[in-house]
Design a protein around this ligand. Structure first.
Ligand code: LLP
Length: 431
């Protein structure tokens, strides 16, 4: 039997005509758990992490998985066991890390809108660092920490004003974006932070965007960050760690992002050349650790050929896979059973949601029939984490594959799950 790997998808391969993830036949999982179904490969995640570990080998580094990409407990657990830290953006994220067995002192907290309650929760837990995103937030963090008799470890998220050359919705390091503190305010903000009794300056950080496929934005960012560290340290404020954020892209459709190991080796040369080689470093990768470790399995419900367009209606929709509707994103779609093509046509692959924007793929050449199973690829990042209940659709189930084992890490959401938090206005009526 021939084995054919899919480009950019390390653990996904056809054995004969049948699609496998690691040692598991995907159609068996679809039969056992129903569709839509997200399936993730543990080996893929660990291989992606290993590229970062190779790039940083011998360095003092904390690789903080940006769990917004995929916050499933079973996914976090993989990174806990691999020794990672975590980049969180809410109190809920922190609860998930702790529930998955992670340590609070390996957690850093990003985001422009942390609430006082979230600050208290994170201080109580003893997280490693708050990535502060504004001068106003700094003052509130100081107050909250003082009210608890604590000092909050803090790093300033600076806006390096670098164009990451990616989709505008996921560019974050430009001056016009809501994120981080502008370059010219960085030194005064550190001076203020150093004077606040409830704040302990520990680092500096940045994050310029997501799905970055070139190395230049990173090279520019490193220079600008090191310039800032020098400026801040000239004011006698030591910066213990430098955090370069996340953002490295993946191959969705022939994209050629730099390999994490190569990229970091190159960036570390720059740090060495400027005398920062021994500094503690952090990174916050999300998509590049999990994106191509996951697929979403879906069944073809109906075919609706037409004069202008042929529609292939599948049981996964924009509530499960929001990236095409939100960012015009491309995800490859392949059949689980790749028997020789007999009557391929070009299809608009769409979901059942009542919106014209509910499309998963345009103009896809597929040989499909109702009942057939498809896999939407590169679905490990920013799919389930952005899924919704639109049209009262329950969120999909999730399975983690590890060699020849598969684990259901999230059962399918039922309508009872959805309605549990709701109430009627008339006492005694309804549920
Ligand atoms: N650190 C911070 C502060 C971030 O805001 C993000 C992502 C990351 C790290 C991780 O970035 P990554 O390595 O995953 O690129 N929903 C969009 C992506 C939004 C990214 C938001 N921030 C998408 O589906 O493309």
């Amino acid at each position: 039997m021939t084995t054919q790997n899919l480009p950019g998808q390390p653990q996904l391969a056809y054995r004969g005509d049948t699609l496998f993830l690691e040692q598991i036949r995907l159609s068996d999982l679809a039969k056992a758990h129903g569709t839509p179904l997200f399936v993730y490969s543990k080996a893929s995640m660990l291989a992606a992490l290993a590229a970062y570990q190779r790039g940083f080998s011998g360095r003092d580094v904390e690789i903080c998985y940006a769990m917004k990409a995929n916050p499933a407990l079973g996914v976090i657990e993989v990174f806990v066991q691999a020794g990672c830290g975590f980049d969180i953006v809410s109190g809920g994220d922190l609860d998930r890390v702790l529930a998955a067995g992670g340590r609070a002192d390996k957690v850093i907290f990003s985001g422009v809108g942390k609430t006082r309650a979230e600050m208290r929760q994170a201080l109580n837990a003893g997280i490693a660092c708050f990535n502060v995103e504004s001068e106003a937030e700094l003052e509130v963090l100081n107050e909250v920490a003082l009210s608890m008799g604590l000092r909050a470890p803090m790093s300033l998220r600076v806006n390096p004003n670098v164009d990451p050359q990616t989709h505008p919705y996921i560019s974050t390091g430009l001056k016009s974006s809501k994120f981080g503190v502008a370059h010219e305010r960085v030194v005064p903000t550190y001076q203020r932070a150093a004077a606040l009794p409830g704040i302990k300056v520990v680092g500096i950080d940045c994050h310029i965007g997501s799905q970055i496929t070139q190395e230049e934005p990173y090279l520019d960012t490193v220079d600008r960050m090191l310039d800032l560290v020098e400026e801040v340290e000239r004011c006698a404020i030591p910066i213990h760690h430098i955090d370069f954020g996340g953002g490295l892209g993946i191959d969705y459709n022939g994209d050629t992002p730099p390999d994490a190991a190569q990229l970091w080796k190159k960036l570390l040369h720059k740090l060495d050349a400027r005398g920062f080689g021994a500094r503690r470093l952090m990174v916050e990768p999300g998509r590049s650790l999990v994106g191509n470790a996951g697929v979403c399995l879906s069944e073809v419900l109906y075919l609706k050929p037409g004069d202008q367009k042929n529609f292939c209606i599948i049981d996964a929709a924009m509530n499960d896979l929001p990236r095409p509707a939100m960012y015009q994103a491309y995800h490859q779609i392949v059949a689980l059973d790749a028997r020789p093509v007999s009557s391929a046509a070009t299809w608009e692959v769409v979901g059942p949601v009542c919106e014209s924007g509910d499309w998963i793929g345009h103009d896809r050449t597929l040989d499909v029939k109702p009942g057939e199973l498809l896999a939407v690829l590169s679905a490990g990042a920013y799919c389930m984490s952005m899924a919704s209940n639109y049209n009262s659709r329950g969120r999909a189930a999730e399975v983690l594959v590890d060699g020849d084992q598969s684990h259901l890490i999230r059962r399918r959401e039922t309508i009872a799950d959805q309605m549990r938090q709701e109430a009627l206005t008339r006492p005694g009526h309804g549920r």
